[in-house]
Ligand binder design. Structure first.
Ligand SMILES: [Zn+2]
Length: 489
């Protein structure tokens, strides 16, 4: 499988945004030449990786008791209008279908920007008694939002995600679900994709339209900006009351359910994987999601029987595939050096070199994408060696990302320190008077004075206690919260 190559040359440390916008096209993840602005074409190299990300999350959600469903892409206007805050929050971004054939539609249909109002219409029919609870379903799909500015995998008018919608009899169960969602993020994002993140409870002024409380997973991209990749919203009973999702309890009394919804930003995860792990040679795909985990390259020198080399490469590929490893052979007539660079640019975790030396000795040489360290093992040990090296590589990526995030969280106590911390691409940790509505004024001032420094929230489940005598970084009143501030995408 060899595709057309493009030149790639950019300096990630010097100009991250230039690097990002070059690497996604050089590696052939997307094509932006489709003739509707803000909509991109996903090419095979990204779709193959997306399929793996979906597989990981779907398995986790199902292990947590969710079942798959698929709701219609269109949502009637009347559903949308049932929850007032929700419609107000989303209205500016909704694409509407207003005509079918020659007929103007009386009922306009929204292309789903998110599916609460589709799911909950049906949930009101499905939930009758306590035996119907908890009700936990998810769908893997794309959603549509009329974003003014777009960038592939970061912000788009159509993007890929997973949304899970849950109903519970008791509020405590819903809050438990928030923790379970966080654990799902931890398992997939940290352990499988090697991404580090902070899980926040967002301030009261920054919740999802229609939610009581919003919890969010924020990564940090190399330019220091916070990047939201998943959110769980505690909806309380707002939507349940708007849609009539209720059941009779043991005494026969009618009760509304408590709800959560979990938005998994699969699309944004690709941006984070590209941005966090890539280097000046190109992408670095985590072993768990790489479309090709090991690429065999025949090294034909002068006087070497290339047929035998190629046959050996194909044999290795077959052995690896039989063991469940995604393997391929580059049998093109390019030079080995060219092939090395090309597959490094595409982010293949492991290269398998097969030359005359290996053929004679019955060995193969493996090279890892990050350090380019090479090891030679017996050809009969190739499955174990690829797995071992692949997971060692993933572990190094996890460690690098974790250390990187840790070293970019700075405590600040004055606004001067805050501005300096943000300019130096950090998350700043500061005291704030309040994360309830009364703290919003301070947060607005901070944002205006620091060119976009946004209060992301308080760490969820971190139990960060505010010390006695701590003062708000803006107004100087007694502090009630330790908050994290960063510029954002
Ligand atoms: Zn304040």
């Amino acid at each position: 499988m060899v595709m057309a190559t493009k030149e790639f040359s950019a300096d990630k440390a010097k100009d991250f945004s230039d690097w990002y916008n070059k690497v996604i096209y050089a590696a052939d993840l997307v094509d932006n030449r489709y003739n509707v602005q803000g909509f991109v074409v996903h090419k095979p190299w990204s779709m193959l990786a997306f399929r793996q990300i979906y597989r990981l999350f779907e398995a986790e959600l199902e292990a947590d008791g969710h079942l798959p469903a698929l709701f219609p892409t269109v949502i009637p206007e009347e559903n949308f209008e049932r929850e007032k805050e929700h419609v107000e929050g989303f209205e500016p971004q909704v694409f509407w279908v207003t005509r079918a054939g020659a007929e103007d539609l009386k009922r306009h249909l929204a292309l789903r920007p998110t599916s609460e109002t589709a799911f909950y219409q049906m949930y009101s029919l499905w939930v009758n008694g306590k035996a119907d609870l908890p009700l936990k379903m998810y769908q893997s799909c794309s959603v549509f939002r009329n974003e003014p500015e777009t960038n592939p995998f970061m912000r788009g008018r159509e993007f890929l995600w997973i949304e899970a919608h849950d109903c519970f009899a008791a509020q405590e169960e819903a809050m438990q679900q928030v923790k379970r969602d966080m654990a799902v993020c931890e398992r997939v994002l940290s352990h499988e994709l090697g991404l580090s993140f902070l899980f926040f409870e967002r301030p009261a002024w920054d919740t999802f339209p229609g939610a009581e409380t919003t919890f969010a997973c924020d990564a940090r991209l190399p330019d220091g900006k916070a990047f939201q990749i998943a959110t769980t919203h505690f909806l309380g009973q707002k939507f349940a009351k708007a849609f009539g999702i209720r059941y009779s309890d043991d005494s026969g009394a009618e009760k509304f359910v408590f709800q959560t919804c979990f938005g998994i930003g699969v699309w944004r995860m690709m941006a984070a994987v590209v941005a966090v792990h890539g280097d000046n040679k190109g992408l670095m795909m985590p072993f768990s999601i790489a479309p090709v985990q090991a690429m065999a390259i025949p090294i034909a020198g002068k006087g070497v029987d290339s047929t035998r080399l190629l046959a050996k490469c194909r044999e290795i590929k077959a052995v690896l595939e039989k063991a469940g490893i995604r393997a391929s052979v580059d049998d093109s007539d390019k030079t080995p050096g060219y092939k090395y660079n090309y597959w490094e640019m595409k982010g293949v975790p492991i290269r398998i070199e097969v030359g005359e030396k290996e053929l004679t000795a019955g060995t193969v040489t493996l090279a890892r994408r990050d350090s380019r360290e090479r090891v030679t093992v017996g050809a009969d040990k190739v499955v174990a060696a690829v797995n071992e090296l692949g997971f060692a590589l993933l572990e190094s990526m996890c460690e690098r990302a974790a250390n990187d995030l840790k070293s970019h969280i700075l405590n600040v106590s004055t606004k001067k320190e805050l501005a300096e911390a943000l300019d130096a691409k950090n998350y700043a940790r500061a005291f704030l008077c309040s994360t309830d509505k009364e703290g919003k004024e301070c947060a607005d001032f901070i944002q205006a004075e620091t060119k976009g420094g946004k209060v992301r929230g308080t760490l969820f489940g971190g139990d960060e206690a505010v010390p006695r005598g701590a003062k708000c970084i803006h107004c100087g009143r007694p502090a009630s919260a330790i908050v994290y501030i960063a510029r954002q995408y």
